[in-house]
Design a protein around this ligand. Sequence first.
Ligand code: DAK
Length: 258
Amino acid sequence: MSYVKYEQKGFIGTITIDREKALNALNSEVLNDLEAVIDSISIDDTRCVIITGAGQKSFVAGADIGEMCNKTRAEAEAFSARGNAVFRKIEKLPIPVIAAVNGFALGGGCELALSCDIRIASENAVFGQPEAGLAIVAGFGGTQRLARTIGVGKAKEMLYTCCKVKADEALKIGLVNAVYSSDQLMAECEKLAGKIAANAPIAVRATKKAINLGLQTDIDTGVQIEAAMHASCFETQDQKNAMTAFLEKRKPEPFVNK
Ligand code: DAK
């Protein structure tokens, strides 16, 4: 039985981490199943992915503490590398990924949300990096992506104090883009995914690549990356369709990803 479910509705794929009894904590099997699902996504048929957790209480309550407890230093290094490899695949997935954070997003759960492009939370969402209280360092990218997302000072506060950040504060500090009631969360994430999916897929993918690669480099290299991504959209069927439609004062035909 897989701990990760995948559902496709039109151009939108939804991944559900399904280990509700353990609040969707990430053990090795969950990570393997998550990677298998990520690997199976077809970017020809999918324009946006949503990741959420099963149930109403938890997105992901972290890496599995039972599995980690007795690890040796070498085993911990391997586990961290495993999680990092899977999260990096999510971050580098060519299409946008939305985290629908429906409850606890602690430790590896907060880190999973951070590997997504956009985070949308339910009102009962709680974020945190409790690792220092468990006498370890965050191991799935938290020290890196949290600082890049909410700024160094606030990230250090969260990581040093292990404080819990509720949805309203997460919104204030830029950790999430929006907050909805639990029963509205998925519908709102699907609406957002639908808006992304309605735009030209080649352009959206090139935009993601330009932002992600550009954030890791200096501005001169960054604008060169952007120029290359910009140019890559020309001569596509979708670009001709959209610009011709503008000039003819009409709506473009639906984009065809070509
Ligand atoms: N691992 C394993 N089981 C977990 C879990 C977790 N992270 N979180 C919850 N569970 C399980 C509980 O053990 C319980 O199982 P049973 O006792 O029913 O068998 C079930 O889920 C329900 O949890 P509770 O009974 O505790 O539910 P409550 O509503 O009372 O509390 C809670 C919910 C989320 C506040 C609480 O469960 C909690 O504090 N959970 C732990 C949260 C946490 O500390 N998460 C961060 C884990 S550390 C690294 C690699 C990775 C990482 C670090 C280093 N390297 C190898 C270097 C990442 C670290 C983390 O993510």
